[in-house]
Design a protein around this ligand. Structure first.
Ligand code: NIG
Ligand code: FE
Length: 415
Protein backbone atom coordinates (compact mmCIF):
# COMPACT_ATOMS: atom_id res chain seq x y z
CA UNK A 1 0.00 0.00 0.00
CA UNK A 2 1.28 3.41 -0.96
CA UNK A 3 2.21 5.94 1.71
CA UNK A 4 1.11 9.46 1.02
CA UNK A 5 2.83 12.40 2.65
CA UNK A 6 0.52 14.21 5.02
CA UNK A 7 1.40 17.62 3.55
CA UNK A 8 -0.18 17.94 0.18
CA UNK A 9 0.81 20.20 -2.67
CA UNK A 10 -2.08 22.48 -3.44
CA UNK A 11 -1.74 23.77 -6.97
CA UNK A 12 -3.33 26.49 -9.03
CA UNK A 13 -5.53 25.02 -11.79
CA UNK A 14 -7.20 26.30 -14.88
CA UNK A 15 -9.65 23.77 -16.32
CA UNK A 16 -10.96 24.97 -19.68
CA UNK A 17 -12.83 23.68 -22.72
CA UNK A 18 -15.46 22.07 -20.47
CA UNK A 19 -18.34 20.96 -22.72
CA UNK A 20 -20.93 20.85 -19.94
CA UNK A 21 -20.32 22.22 -16.46
CA UNK A 22 -22.73 21.35 -13.64
CA UNK A 23 -22.24 24.00 -11.00
CA UNK A 24 -25.13 22.52 -8.94
CA UNK A 25 -25.67 26.09 -7.85
CA UNK A 26 -28.48 26.99 -10.20
CA UNK A 27 -31.78 28.79 -10.28
CA UNK A 28 -35.34 27.47 -10.40
CA UNK A 29 -35.32 26.67 -14.12
CA UNK A 30 -31.72 25.49 -14.27
CA UNK A 31 -31.33 23.80 -10.90
CA UNK A 32 -28.13 22.07 -11.93
CA UNK A 33 -26.72 25.44 -12.99
CA UNK A 34 -25.54 24.05 -16.33
CA UNK A 35 -22.98 26.15 -18.22
CA UNK A 36 -21.59 25.25 -21.64
CA UNK A 37 -18.08 25.88 -22.96
CA UNK A 38 -16.89 26.77 -19.50
CA UNK A 39 -13.74 27.37 -17.51
CA UNK A 40 -13.07 26.78 -13.80
CA UNK A 41 -10.14 28.35 -11.98
CA UNK A 42 -8.99 26.89 -8.64
CA UNK A 43 -6.56 28.79 -6.40
CA UNK A 44 -5.38 28.15 -2.85
CA UNK A 45 -7.59 25.08 -2.56
CA UNK A 46 -10.80 26.93 -3.47
CA UNK A 47 -12.84 27.69 -6.56
CA UNK A 48 -11.68 31.16 -7.62
CA UNK A 49 -13.65 31.73 -10.81
CA UNK A 50 -16.33 30.03 -12.90
CA UNK A 51 -17.32 31.32 -16.29
CA UNK A 52 -17.48 30.89 -20.03
CA UNK A 53 -14.26 30.01 -21.79
CA UNK A 54 -13.91 33.54 -23.12
CA UNK A 55 -14.37 35.50 -19.86
CA UNK A 56 -10.84 36.19 -18.81
CA UNK A 57 -10.03 33.36 -16.40
CA UNK A 58 -6.75 33.05 -18.27
CA UNK A 59 -5.69 36.32 -16.64
CA UNK A 60 -2.93 36.13 -14.13
CA UNK A 61 -1.80 32.62 -14.99
CA UNK A 62 1.42 32.00 -13.14
CA UNK A 63 4.23 29.69 -14.24
CA UNK A 64 2.88 27.21 -11.67
CA UNK A 65 -0.68 27.17 -12.98
CA UNK A 66 -1.61 23.70 -14.19
CA UNK A 67 -3.77 24.05 -17.30
CA UNK A 68 -6.11 21.16 -18.05
CA UNK A 69 -7.89 20.99 -21.39
CA UNK A 70 -11.17 19.15 -20.65
CA UNK A 71 -11.61 18.48 -24.39
CA UNK A 72 -15.37 19.06 -24.20
CA UNK A 73 -15.94 16.71 -21.26
CA UNK A 74 -18.54 16.93 -18.52
CA UNK A 75 -17.26 18.61 -15.32
CA UNK A 76 -19.16 18.34 -12.03
CA UNK A 77 -18.63 19.04 -8.35
CA UNK A 78 -16.85 16.29 -6.44
CA UNK A 79 -19.50 13.79 -5.35
CA UNK A 80 -20.54 13.76 -1.69
CA UNK A 81 -21.47 10.45 -0.06
CA UNK A 82 -23.60 11.23 3.02
CA UNK A 83 -23.68 7.69 4.49
CA UNK A 84 -20.82 5.19 4.79
CA UNK A 85 -19.53 2.63 7.32
CA UNK A 86 -15.93 2.44 6.05
CA UNK A 87 -13.93 1.33 9.10
CA UNK A 88 -14.12 -2.42 9.65
CA UNK A 89 -12.09 -5.61 9.32
CA UNK A 90 -12.93 -9.10 8.10
CA UNK A 91 -15.07 -10.45 5.31
CA UNK A 92 -18.70 -11.52 5.18
CA UNK A 93 -18.49 -13.16 1.78
CA UNK A 94 -19.65 -16.48 3.25
CA UNK A 95 -22.73 -14.83 4.75
CA UNK A 96 -23.35 -13.11 1.42
CA UNK A 97 -23.40 -16.48 -0.29
CA UNK A 98 -25.84 -17.83 2.33
CA UNK A 99 -28.08 -14.85 1.73
CA UNK A 100 -28.12 -15.15 -2.02
CA UNK A 101 -29.17 -18.75 -1.45
CA UNK A 102 -32.12 -17.68 0.71
CA UNK A 103 -31.12 -16.89 4.34
CA UNK A 104 -32.29 -13.47 5.52
CA UNK A 105 -30.10 -10.69 6.93
CA UNK A 106 -31.98 -10.76 10.21
CA UNK A 107 -31.74 -14.57 10.55
CA UNK A 108 -27.97 -14.33 10.14
CA UNK A 109 -27.82 -11.47 12.66
CA UNK A 110 -29.85 -13.38 15.26
CA UNK A 111 -27.41 -16.33 14.94
CA UNK A 112 -24.54 -14.02 15.97
CA UNK A 113 -23.38 -13.40 12.39
CA UNK A 114 -23.87 -10.17 10.50
CA UNK A 115 -22.82 -7.00 12.33
CA UNK A 116 -21.49 -9.02 15.31
CA UNK A 117 -19.06 -11.00 13.19
CA UNK A 118 -17.64 -7.73 11.84
CA UNK A 119 -17.39 -6.43 15.42
CA UNK A 120 -15.28 -9.44 16.36
CA UNK A 121 -12.96 -9.02 13.39
CA UNK A 122 -12.66 -5.26 13.89
CA UNK A 123 -11.85 -5.49 17.58
CA UNK A 124 -9.16 -8.09 16.89
CA UNK A 125 -7.55 -6.16 14.01
CA UNK A 126 -4.54 -4.01 14.81
CA UNK A 127 -4.57 -0.25 14.33
CA UNK A 128 -2.37 -0.17 11.23
CA UNK A 129 -4.41 -2.85 9.49
CA UNK A 130 -7.63 -0.89 10.09
CA UNK A 131 -6.07 2.38 8.94
CA UNK A 132 -4.71 0.79 5.76
CA UNK A 133 -7.93 -0.99 4.82
CA UNK A 134 -10.02 2.11 5.49
CA UNK A 135 -7.65 4.33 3.50
CA UNK A 136 -7.87 1.82 0.63
CA UNK A 137 -11.66 2.18 0.73
CA UNK A 138 -11.34 5.99 0.57
CA UNK A 139 -9.10 5.57 -2.47
CA UNK A 140 -11.83 3.50 -4.14
CA UNK A 141 -14.35 6.25 -3.31
CA UNK A 142 -12.01 8.75 -4.95
CA UNK A 143 -11.78 6.69 -8.13
CA UNK A 144 -15.59 6.84 -8.19
CA UNK A 145 -15.60 10.64 -8.05
CA UNK A 146 -16.27 11.06 -4.31
CA UNK A 147 -14.34 13.91 -2.68
CA UNK A 148 -16.23 14.12 0.64
CA UNK A 149 -17.75 11.20 2.53
CA UNK A 150 -19.53 10.86 5.83
CA UNK A 151 -17.90 8.01 7.82
CA UNK A 152 -19.52 6.14 10.70
CA UNK A 153 -18.03 4.05 13.46
CA UNK A 154 -20.18 1.27 14.92
CA UNK A 155 -18.16 -1.95 14.69
CA UNK A 156 -16.58 -1.85 18.16
CA UNK A 157 -19.59 -1.73 20.51
CA UNK A 158 -17.51 -0.67 23.52
CA UNK A 159 -16.91 2.86 24.74
CA UNK A 160 -13.13 2.68 24.24
CA UNK A 161 -13.46 0.75 20.99
CA UNK A 162 -15.73 3.36 19.37
CA UNK A 163 -13.30 6.11 20.44
CA UNK A 164 -10.47 4.09 18.92
CA UNK A 165 -12.34 3.82 15.59
CA UNK A 166 -12.88 7.60 15.49
CA UNK A 167 -9.16 8.19 16.05
CA UNK A 168 -8.22 5.62 13.39
CA UNK A 169 -10.64 7.27 10.93
CA UNK A 170 -8.67 10.46 11.44
CA UNK A 171 -5.43 8.59 10.61
CA UNK A 172 -7.00 7.03 7.51
CA UNK A 173 -8.18 10.47 6.38
CA UNK A 174 -4.61 11.75 6.52
CA UNK A 175 -3.59 9.07 4.01
CA UNK A 176 -5.97 9.98 1.19
CA UNK A 177 -7.27 13.08 -0.50
CA UNK A 178 -10.94 12.33 0.28
CA UNK A 179 -12.29 14.52 3.06
CA UNK A 180 -14.52 12.89 5.66
CA UNK A 181 -17.25 13.92 8.07
CA UNK A 182 -17.00 11.48 11.00
CA UNK A 183 -20.11 10.17 12.78
CA UNK A 184 -20.34 8.21 16.02
CA UNK A 185 -22.85 5.40 15.40
CA UNK A 186 -24.84 3.57 18.09
CA UNK A 187 -25.14 0.49 15.91
CA UNK A 188 -26.60 -2.39 17.95
CA UNK A 189 -26.72 -3.13 21.69
CA UNK A 190 -23.67 -5.33 22.52
CA UNK A 191 -24.99 -8.81 23.42
CA UNK A 192 -22.29 -9.41 26.05
CA UNK A 193 -22.91 -6.23 28.08
CA UNK A 194 -25.77 -4.96 30.18
CA UNK A 195 -27.92 -3.09 27.67
CA UNK A 196 -29.14 -0.34 30.01
CA UNK A 197 -25.66 0.29 31.27
CA UNK A 198 -24.24 0.48 27.73
CA UNK A 199 -26.81 3.09 26.70
CA UNK A 200 -26.13 5.05 29.91
CA UNK A 201 -22.36 5.00 29.30
CA UNK A 202 -22.86 5.93 25.63
CA UNK A 203 -24.80 8.98 26.81
CA UNK A 204 -22.80 9.94 29.87
CA UNK A 205 -19.24 9.08 28.78
CA UNK A 206 -18.89 8.49 25.08
CA UNK A 207 -20.87 11.41 23.64
CA UNK A 208 -19.29 14.00 25.98
CA UNK A 209 -15.79 12.67 25.22
CA UNK A 210 -16.42 12.71 21.47
CA UNK A 211 -17.80 16.26 21.64
CA UNK A 212 -14.97 17.47 23.85
CA UNK A 213 -12.25 16.06 21.57
CA UNK A 214 -14.19 17.04 18.40
CA UNK A 215 -13.85 13.47 17.14
CA UNK A 216 -17.26 13.30 15.42
CA UNK A 217 -19.47 15.91 13.80
CA UNK A 218 -22.62 13.79 14.17
CA UNK A 219 -24.21 10.99 16.17
CA UNK A 220 -26.37 8.34 14.47
CA UNK A 221 -28.56 5.61 16.01
CA UNK A 222 -29.74 2.46 14.24
CA UNK A 223 -33.35 2.17 15.42
CA UNK A 224 -34.96 -1.12 14.37
CA UNK A 225 -35.97 -4.59 15.55
CA UNK A 226 -32.69 -6.18 16.71
CA UNK A 227 -31.08 -2.77 17.20
CA UNK A 228 -32.01 0.17 19.47
CA UNK A 229 -35.60 0.93 20.55
CA UNK A 230 -37.30 4.24 19.89
CA UNK A 231 -36.88 5.29 23.54
CA UNK A 232 -33.17 4.44 23.53
CA UNK A 233 -32.80 6.30 20.24
CA UNK A 234 -34.48 9.39 21.66
CA UNK A 235 -32.27 9.34 24.75
CA UNK A 236 -29.03 9.01 22.73
CA UNK A 237 -30.01 11.67 20.20
CA UNK A 238 -31.09 14.11 22.94
CA UNK A 239 -27.67 13.78 24.56
CA UNK A 240 -25.95 14.27 21.20
CA UNK A 241 -28.03 17.38 20.56
CA UNK A 242 -27.12 18.78 23.97
CA UNK A 243 -23.47 18.29 23.01
CA UNK A 244 -23.87 20.19 19.75
CA UNK A 245 -23.56 17.21 17.38
CA UNK A 246 -25.60 16.84 14.19
CA UNK A 247 -28.12 14.02 14.45
CA UNK A 248 -28.79 11.11 12.10
CA UNK A 249 -31.12 8.10 12.42
CA UNK A 250 -31.16 4.74 10.62
CA UNK A 251 -34.94 4.60 10.41
CA UNK A 252 -37.70 2.39 9.01
CA UNK A 253 -35.35 0.00 7.17
CA UNK A 254 -36.92 -3.34 8.16
CA UNK A 255 -39.69 -2.38 10.59
CA UNK A 256 -41.66 0.80 11.11
CA UNK A 257 -40.59 2.10 14.51
CA UNK A 258 -41.55 5.79 14.35
CA UNK A 259 -37.86 6.76 14.13
CA UNK A 260 -38.48 8.97 11.10
CA UNK A 261 -41.09 10.99 13.03
CA UNK A 262 -38.57 11.28 15.86
CA UNK A 263 -35.90 12.49 13.41
CA UNK A 264 -38.21 15.26 12.20
CA UNK A 265 -39.28 16.19 15.71
CA UNK A 266 -35.77 16.36 17.15
CA UNK A 267 -34.34 18.28 14.16
CA UNK A 268 -32.05 15.56 12.77
CA UNK A 269 -29.76 16.63 9.93
CA UNK A 270 -30.57 13.38 8.10
CA UNK A 271 -32.62 10.23 8.27
CA UNK A 272 -31.33 7.06 6.61
CA UNK A 273 -32.87 4.16 4.61
CA UNK A 274 -36.68 4.77 4.84
CA UNK A 275 -37.71 1.67 2.87
CA UNK A 276 -40.72 1.32 5.22
CA UNK A 277 -41.54 5.02 5.66
CA UNK A 278 -45.08 5.42 7.05
CA UNK A 279 -47.77 7.34 5.16
CA UNK A 280 -47.60 11.11 5.59
CA UNK A 281 -44.25 11.08 7.43
CA UNK A 282 -42.57 12.58 4.35
CA UNK A 283 -44.47 15.80 5.07
CA UNK A 284 -42.96 16.01 8.56
CA UNK A 285 -39.47 15.42 7.15
CA UNK A 286 -40.01 18.08 4.47
CA UNK A 287 -41.14 20.60 7.07
CA UNK A 288 -38.21 19.81 9.35
CA UNK A 289 -35.71 20.12 6.48
CA UNK A 290 -34.26 16.73 7.47
CA UNK A 291 -32.39 15.23 4.51
CA UNK A 292 -33.63 11.77 3.46
CA UNK A 293 -30.43 9.79 2.79
CA UNK A 294 -31.61 6.95 0.54
CA UNK A 295 -29.38 3.91 0.10
CA UNK A 296 -30.13 1.88 -3.03
CA UNK A 297 -27.19 -0.50 -2.40
CA UNK A 298 -28.80 -1.87 0.78
CA UNK A 299 -32.20 -2.27 -0.88
CA UNK A 300 -30.54 -4.08 -3.79
CA UNK A 301 -28.38 -6.39 -1.67
CA UNK A 302 -31.08 -7.30 0.85
CA UNK A 303 -33.92 -7.40 -1.70
CA UNK A 304 -35.86 -4.78 0.28
CA UNK A 305 -38.49 -2.61 -1.31
CA UNK A 306 -36.98 0.45 -3.02
CA UNK A 307 -37.31 3.62 -0.93
CA UNK A 308 -40.12 5.72 -2.38
CA UNK A 309 -38.01 8.69 -3.46
CA UNK A 310 -40.79 10.05 -5.63
CA UNK A 311 -43.17 10.40 -2.66
CA UNK A 312 -40.49 12.21 -0.65
CA UNK A 313 -39.49 14.54 -3.49
CA UNK A 314 -43.12 15.36 -4.29
CA UNK A 315 -43.67 16.28 -0.63
CA UNK A 316 -40.75 18.72 -0.86
CA UNK A 317 -38.19 16.62 1.01
CA UNK A 318 -34.48 17.06 0.46
CA UNK A 319 -33.34 13.70 -0.93
CA UNK A 320 -29.69 12.57 -0.97
CA UNK A 321 -28.14 9.28 -2.09
CA UNK A 322 -25.39 7.31 -0.34
CA UNK A 323 -23.54 4.04 -0.84
CA UNK A 324 -24.06 2.80 2.77
CA UNK A 325 -20.64 1.17 2.13
CA UNK A 326 -20.43 -1.59 4.75
CA UNK A 327 -19.31 -5.24 4.89
CA UNK A 328 -22.80 -6.75 5.08
CA UNK A 329 -25.69 -4.99 3.45
CA UNK A 330 -23.98 -2.83 0.81
CA UNK A 331 -20.36 -3.55 -0.04
CA UNK A 332 -19.65 -0.84 -2.60
CA UNK A 333 -17.78 2.43 -2.97
CA UNK A 334 -19.59 3.27 -6.20
CA UNK A 335 -21.81 6.32 -5.75
CA UNK A 336 -22.29 6.50 -9.55
CA UNK A 337 -23.88 3.03 -9.40
CA UNK A 338 -26.27 4.31 -6.69
CA UNK A 339 -27.18 7.18 -9.01
CA UNK A 340 -28.13 4.73 -11.76
CA UNK A 341 -30.17 2.54 -9.39
CA UNK A 342 -32.04 5.56 -8.01
CA UNK A 343 -33.00 6.70 -11.50
CA UNK A 344 -33.85 3.23 -12.78
CA UNK A 345 -35.69 1.88 -9.72
CA UNK A 346 -36.70 4.78 -7.46
CA UNK A 347 -38.36 7.23 -9.83
CA UNK A 348 -35.75 9.98 -9.62
CA UNK A 349 -34.90 12.16 -12.63
CA UNK A 350 -31.26 12.63 -13.69
CA UNK A 351 -31.44 16.18 -12.33
CA UNK A 352 -32.72 14.95 -8.94
CA UNK A 353 -30.05 12.27 -8.85
CA UNK A 354 -27.24 14.77 -9.47
CA UNK A 355 -28.54 17.15 -6.81
CA UNK A 356 -28.83 14.18 -4.41
CA UNK A 357 -25.09 13.43 -4.60
CA UNK A 358 -23.97 17.06 -4.55
CA UNK A 359 -25.98 19.85 -2.92
CA UNK A 360 -28.38 17.72 -0.88
CA UNK A 361 -25.68 15.36 0.39
CA UNK A 362 -23.48 18.32 1.33
CA UNK A 363 -26.46 19.82 3.18
CA UNK A 364 -26.88 16.57 5.14
CA UNK A 365 -23.27 16.99 6.29
CA UNK A 366 -23.68 20.68 7.10
CA UNK A 367 -21.00 21.55 4.49
CA UNK A 368 -22.38 24.40 2.41
CA UNK A 369 -19.02 24.85 0.63
CA UNK A 370 -19.15 21.32 -0.87
CA UNK A 371 -21.30 19.84 -3.65
CA UNK A 372 -21.17 22.95 -5.83
CA UNK A 373 -18.79 24.74 -8.16
CA UNK A 374 -18.98 28.44 -7.38
CA UNK A 375 -16.51 31.08 -6.25
CA UNK A 376 -15.41 30.42 -2.68
CA UNK A 377 -16.46 26.74 -2.62
CA UNK A 378 -13.96 23.94 -1.97
CA UNK A 379 -11.61 23.34 -4.86
CA UNK A 380 -13.13 19.96 -5.73
CA UNK A 381 -14.23 18.81 -9.17
CA UNK A 382 -14.55 15.74 -11.38
CA UNK A 383 -14.02 15.42 -15.13
CA UNK A 384 -15.93 12.51 -16.66
CA UNK A 385 -15.58 10.36 -19.75
CA UNK A 386 -18.98 11.72 -20.83
CA UNK A 387 -20.25 14.92 -22.37
CA UNK A 388 -23.76 15.00 -20.86
CA UNK A 389 -24.57 14.55 -17.14
CA UNK A 390 -27.37 12.13 -17.98
CA UNK A 391 -24.90 9.70 -19.56
CA UNK A 392 -23.24 9.14 -16.18
CA UNK A 393 -26.60 8.01 -14.77
CA UNK A 394 -27.51 5.88 -17.77
CA UNK A 395 -24.13 4.19 -18.29
CA UNK A 396 -23.88 2.00 -15.20
CA UNK A 397 -21.35 -0.28 -13.61
CA UNK A 398 -18.26 1.03 -15.40
CA UNK A 399 -15.76 3.67 -14.28
CA UNK A 400 -16.32 6.94 -16.12
CA UNK A 401 -14.27 9.16 -13.83
CA UNK A 402 -11.35 10.70 -15.73
CA UNK A 403 -9.84 13.28 -13.33
CA UNK A 404 -10.55 14.23 -9.71
CA UNK A 405 -9.31 17.42 -8.03
CA UNK A 406 -9.81 17.66 -4.26
CA UNK A 407 -9.09 20.86 -2.34
CA UNK A 408 -6.87 22.07 -5.16
CA UNK A 409 -4.91 18.81 -5.31
CA UNK A 410 -4.81 16.54 -8.35
CA UNK A 411 -5.96 13.41 -6.54
CA UNK A 412 -6.77 11.09 -9.45
CA UNK A 413 -5.07 9.99 -11.55
CA UNK A 414 -1.85 10.33 -9.59
CA UNK A 415 0.75 12.17 -11.60
O1 NIG B 1 -26.76 0.71 7.28
N1 NIG B 1 -28.66 -1.08 9.08
C1 NIG B 1 -27.70 -1.15 9.81
N2 NIG B 1 -26.42 -1.05 9.54
C2 NIG B 1 -25.81 -1.17 8.28
C3 NIG B 1 -25.46 -2.58 7.97
C4 NIG B 1 -24.31 -2.99 8.73
C5 NIG B 1 -23.82 -4.40 8.49
O2 NIG B 1 -24.55 -5.29 8.01
O3 NIG B 1 -22.65 -4.60 8.84
C6 NIG B 1 -26.66 -0.50 7.23
O4 NIG B 1 -27.21 -1.12 6.32
FE1 FE C 1 -26.00 2.38 7.28
Amino acid sequence: MRTVPERRIVADFLVHNIGELLTCDGSKDNRLGILRDATVRIKDGKIAHVGRDDTGSHDALTPDTIVIDAEGALCTPGLVDPHTHPIFAGSRAEEFDLRVRGATYQEIQSRGGGILSTVKATNSADDDELVQSTAARFERFLRNGVTLAEAKTGYALTIDGELRLLKLLERARAQTAVDISPTLLAHVPPPDQDRKQYVARFIEELIPAVAHEQLAEAVDVYCDAGAFTLDETRAILSAAKAHGRMLRVHAEQFTRTGAAELAAEIGAASVEHLEELGPGVEKLLARAGTVCNLLPGAALTLKLKWPDARRMLDAGCRVALGTDCNPGSSLTESLPLMMSLAAMQMGMSCEEVWLAVTRQAAHALGRSDAGRISAGARGDLVLWDASDHREVVQHFGVPLVRTVIVGGELAFPKE
